[in-house]
Write a protein that binds this ligand. Structure first.
Ligand code: F0G
Length: 399
């Protein structure tokens, strides 16, 4: 089945055909895929979840898949008791094939690259996008180039990109400079760009919304997630809006985006009610995945937050690291620092009285904790080795 669609500029409404390789409108704004939802069947039956379960809503014909999606939605029993919530869930995207939500976007984006007959793909990345693109392009036998901010990506992510066979190109500067470089290189050298400015990436990522609805069989009141380049919050919002447009749901969740305090251009934009994003020149945070000063999808993201009656909030690095420990030690869910900002954001907003404990809330945790082991190891001191005799053991286990 072929899903009918076209690409449309979110600012001027200009349309582009699906076989055109285009990432920005001639007016300079960004594009999104408009899907024909006429006659769409309600396939949200709570069973057999995966990205490709939702193929009737995905605008690609080919399929480069590593069995992505179908991630657990954990009821956070201990955490919700600790903080007095009634319905709190963790959608753990770290349980995807390369251990982040990026796989949902890449399965669709790389499928589109194959459909277009492209032989080379590329992205700029703070780590996870490059790991994911490297895996999917290996699977699809495409050449892969990833531009990373030199010295600022977590070790696990770098190891993934290397072992999947990508050409890793460190760029002097931060993610924003790497993105500029890869956008220009893609234009000049016939390479398919797979950053989230590519609307097909977000088509894959919108399945997070589909899956949450499929798993809960209702619409949550609030979604809380980290915001970096601002693609994912836009994608999830699009997913929910499509469910509503197709008549499967009758209300929408409130979108709540969290940024790190050292890297929060979207939070400023929201707080100061700006109509244009003011980029941050030197973003800095322990959550390297979201160390981004000039998010490419800011327009889509601010629309998602404003239309949904949502919020943008910032959290400090200390709050992020504490939340990472809390989620791991109370729920058994180990996420990377960027993902822990969802939990830190929830705690901060609750402390401010800005959100309500009666809401059904879903925290999206975007990447696995093992991606960035150093952030944990460097912050602790393991005790000196002891003899394994039972006197010592008795003391240590508290008998
Ligand atoms: N969480 C994690 C673990 C991420 O890797 C990212 C983005 C985000 C959240 C933010 O999502 O950009 O859609 O707002 N990582 C990108 C990368 C930028 O290159 O891996 P976003």
């Amino acid at each position: 089945m072929i899903t009918m669609h076209y690409l449309q500029c979110i600012s001027c409404g200009n349309r582009y055909e699906p076989d055109e390789i285009v990432y920005r409108c001639s007016c300079g704004s960004i594009l999104e895929a408009v899907i024909d939802l006429d006659g769409a069947k309600n396939i949200f039956d709570g069973n057999n979840m995966s990205v490709w379960k939702y193929q009737p809503f995905l605008p690609v014909r080919r399929r480069a898949s590593l069995n992505e999606g179908g991630t657990p939605l954990y009821p956070a029993e201990n955490l919700k008791r600790d903080i007095g919530y009634r319905r709190l869930y963790v959608k753990n995207e770290g349980e995807n094939p390369t251990c982040s939500f990026k796989d949902r976007g890449m399965t669709v984006g790389v499928s589109k690259a194959m459909e277009l007959g492209m032989k080379k793909v590329a992205c700029a990345s703070t780590g996870n996008t490059s790991a994911s693109l490297a895996a999917y392009s290996a699977h699809a036998a495409l050449s892969c180039y990833v531009m990373i901010p030199s010295g600022k990506i977590a070790l696990g992510k770098l190891a993934q990109a290397i072992v999947y066979g990508a050409k890793v190109i460190p760029i002097k500067g931060n993610f924003d400079q790497a993105l500029e470089a890869v956008m220009e290189a893609s234009r000049r050298f016939n390479i398919y760009l797979l950053n989230s400015i590519n609307p097909y990436r977000l088509e894959g990522q919108k399945t997070i919304a589909y899956e949450i609805f499929d798993q809960l069989q209702e619409v949550p009141d609030r979604i809380i997630l980290p915001v970096g380049n601002a693609g994912n919050i836009s994608a999830i919002w699009k997913g929910f809006k499509e469910l509503k447009a197709a008549g499967f749901i009758d209300r929408l969740p409130v979108m709540t985006g969290i940024q790190a305090q050292g890297s929060m251009p979207m939070v400023r934009m929201f707080a100061e009610e700006l109509s244009e994003l003011i980029p941050e020149a030197s973003p800095e945070t322990v959550a390297t995945a979201i160390r981004i000063g000039n998010p490419v999808s800011w327009q889509k993201a601010i629309n998602a937050v404003r239309e949904s009656g949502g919020l943008m909030e910032s959290v400090t690095d200390d709050e992020i690291l504490a939340a990472q420990r809390t989620l791991a030690s109370r729920e058994g869910i180990f996420v990377e620092p960027a993902s822990a900002s969802s939990v830190a954001g929830l705690l901060k907003l609750q402390g401010q009285g800005a959100i309500d404990e009666d809401e059904t809330t879903v925290l999206v945790t975007t990447g696995h904790g093992l991606k960035d082991p150093n952030v944990v190891i460097d912050s602790i001191q393991i005790m000196d080795p002891v003899d394994g005799d039972m006197d010592t053991m008795r003391t240590l286990v508290g008998e």
